[in-house]
Design a protein around this ligand. Sequence first.
Ligand code: PHE
Length: 340
Amino acid sequence: MTLNQKEIEQIHHMFSQALTKVTTLEALEVIRITYLGRKGKITELMNQLKQLPVEQKRLLGPVLQELRQSLTTKIEAKKSELELKQKTNGSFFDVTAYDPAHKNGSLHVYSLINQQLEDIFISMGFEVVSGPELETDYYNFESLNIPADHPARDLQDTFWLNLPGKLLRTHTSTVQAHCMEEKKLPLAIFAPGRVFRNEATDATHDFMFPQGEVMLIDKKISIANLLATAKAFLQEFFGQKDLKIRTRPGYFPFVEPGIEIDGSCPFCKKGCSVCKYTTWIELLGAGLVHPNVLRCSGINPEKYSGFAIGFGIARLAMLKYGINDIRLFHSDKLSFLEQF
Ligand code: PHE
């Protein structure tokens, strides 16, 4: 076969394949001699080149030079690699290795809980939405059937701003009217977010904490839909398929009837310190959306009905992870934050 471009390429290919298999300096030297040695393949090709007509020489000469150069570089690189391996006894410095003195960042426990809650509600067909933290009197109270002078305004101590009618939202129920105004029916939303209360802090109360609001509005929504949703949610959240719920009457001006939902204690069967030896834990506020609330957002309560569920995300996180002080969540205690 006379020397041609294809043959040169083939030799290059064979060389590359042989090189990937090499694991010792000795084997590398054999390859070097085979290809680049005095009697090696490249020398052989050079000899063939000499016998070719001038035009062919002009064409293939530079290609052969390039091949020789490329092979030499690759051999050198492999040699350095193998020498390093020999020096380090085969173990390379691993930049991803665990360093006990190094502090890694991690997701905040609120982020972890929010992700889990979002997964649960998305899987049940709810859309995750958010609303403003700085709110108006209308969305925090009026639209929720709490007119001015209504005593229920005192149920939640409010941070009023110096701007008239403006406040930091005291609950995520504010998102209800926003969504009813902006979205089409049927409506199924989950709104997690921060809320603010103007009150003294202790182990179970904070001036800022996360809440979650769930709302479903459609034709023929009843308390049965509410209870089924609440139960499925709590069972999934605590990972207990046999978790039971019970209801007690509860007063929230924006729902009628209003209920409080307790879950059977996920931590015991007979009573423990978490459930205060009652086997039940208070978990959710809920109810059927009050006709006034629907009407306020232009929805006809004769045609549509709905339910709303509200809960403290911090409270759920505290129960789930056995945290005994709500203030830890926004403290700078690394020993606390690093656990998650
Ligand atoms: N917004 C109420 C609270 O913060 C909770 C709630 C939401 C109750 C929805 C009923 C329905 O206390």
